[in-house]
Design a binder for this molecule. Structure first.
Ligand code: HEC
Ligand code: HEC
Length: 221
C-alpha cells in the first residue's frame, strides 16, 4: 500500500511548503539593493514629486521607513491588495529577493545621528486629539507616530500629509479595480471618520518631526 500512499503524502508536504510565507527565508542585503533602485528614483528620489492618480498627492517618503513594512507593502502591491497601478506593475516585476534587498536599502538610506534627536512634537488641537484617541492610532504607530509596535507597521510622522490623507481614504474602499487598499486593520480604522476628519488627522501627523524622508538621487550616480 505504501506506493499509493507516498505520492499523496508528497503532495501534502508540497502543499504545506507552498503555504509557508516565502519571505521567511529571504534576507535583504542593502548593498545589493543599491543596484536595484534605478526604477524607483524617478519617483521616490525627487523631492516634491507628485502622483496624479487617483488624485494629486506627493509620492510617499520611503527612505528611513521600516524595511519589514516596505517589504510587506511591496508584496501587497504585487498581490493586488494595494491597487495603485504603477506600484502594482513595479512590484510585480520584482522577486522576493529584490523586494528584501530594496527594503533593506531604503531603511538605511538617509539614516543619520539627527534621527536620534527628533524635536518634541507639537501638541494637537483638542479636536484632532479626540480623533486620534478615538482611533487609538498611537497604540500601533507608536510614540510620536514614529515608533510602530511591529516592524511591519509604518512610521507615519513627517510623511506627506496629502499622501496620508489619500492612503486613509484608500483603506475605506476596496471595491475598485485601480485604487483602494484591502488591509482589514486599517479599513476598520478609516471607516469611522469623515473625509474632513481624516484630512485633519493627516495634516497633524504629517506636520510632526519624523524619520521618513525623500533623499534626492540622480540616475547618473
Ligand atoms: C511612477 C512613479 C513610481 C515609481 C517608479 C515607484 N513608485 Fe513607489 N509609489 C509611487 C506612488 C504614487 C505610491 C503611492 C501609491 C498608493 O497610493 O498606494 C508609491 C508607494 C510606494 C510604497 C508604499 C509607501 C508607503 O508608505 O506605504 C513603497 C514601499 C514604494 N512605493 C516603493 C517603491 C520602490 C522600491 C520602487 C522601485 C522598485 C518604486 N516604489 C517605484 C510611485 C512610484
Ligand atoms: C491595530 C493597529 C493599528 C491602529 C490602531 C492604527 N493603525 Fe494605521 N496601520 C496599521 C497597519 C498594520 C498598517 C499597514 C497596513 C498596510 O499594510 O497597508 C497601517 C497603515 C496606516 C497608514 C498608511 C501609511 C502609509 O505609509 O501608506 C496610515 C496613514 C495609518 N495607518 C494611519 C492611522 C491612523 C490615523 C490611525 C488612527 C485613526 C491608525 N492608523 C490606527 C495598524 C494600525
Amino acid at each position: 500500500m505504501k506506493p499509493t500512499l507516498s505520492p499523496m503524502f508528497a503532495a501534502l508536504v508540497a502543499g504545506l511548503l507552498a503555504a509557508l510565507p516565502a519571505q521567511a527565508e529571504v534576507t535583504g542585503n542593502a548593498q545589493a539593493g543599491a543596484g536595484k533602485i534605478a526604477m524607483c528614483i524617478g519617483c521616490h528620489g525627487i523631492k516634491g514629486y507628485k502622483s496624479s492618480f487617483p488624485e494629486v498627492y506627493h509620492v510617499p517618503k520611503i527612505a528611513g521607513q521600516n524595511a519589514r513594512y516596505i517589504a510587506t507593502v511591496l508584496e501587497e502591491y504585487r498581490k493586488g491588495d494595494r491597487k495603485h497601478p504603477s506600484m502594482r506593475g513595479i512590484a510585480g516585476s520584482m522577486s522576493d529577493q529584490d523586494i528584501a534587498d530594496v527594503a533593506a536599502y531604503y531603511e538605511n538610506l538617509g539614516k543619520d545621528a539627527s534621527a536620534a534627536a527628533l524635536p518634541a512634537p507639537r501638541q494637537p488641537s483638542t479636536e484632532v486629539a479626540s480623533l486620534l484617541q478615538k482611533g487609538a492610532c498611537v497604540s500601533c504607530h507608536g510614540e510620536n507616530y514614529s515608533a510602530p509596535i511591529d516592524p511591519s507597521y509604518p512610521k507615519l510622522a513627517g510623511q506627506h500629509s496629502d499622501y496620508l490623507y489619500a492612503a486613509l481614504k484608500a483603506y475605506r474602499d476596496d471595491t475598485h479595480a485601480t485604487w483602494g487598499r484591502g488591509n482589514p486593520i486599517m479599513a476598520g480604522m478609516a471607516k469611522q471618520f469623515s473625509n474632513a476628519e481624516l484630512k485633519a488627522i493627516a495634516q497633524y501627523i504629517g506636520s510632526l518631526p519624523g524619520e521618513v524622508k525623500t533623499v534626492p538621487q540622480s540616475r547618473f550616480r
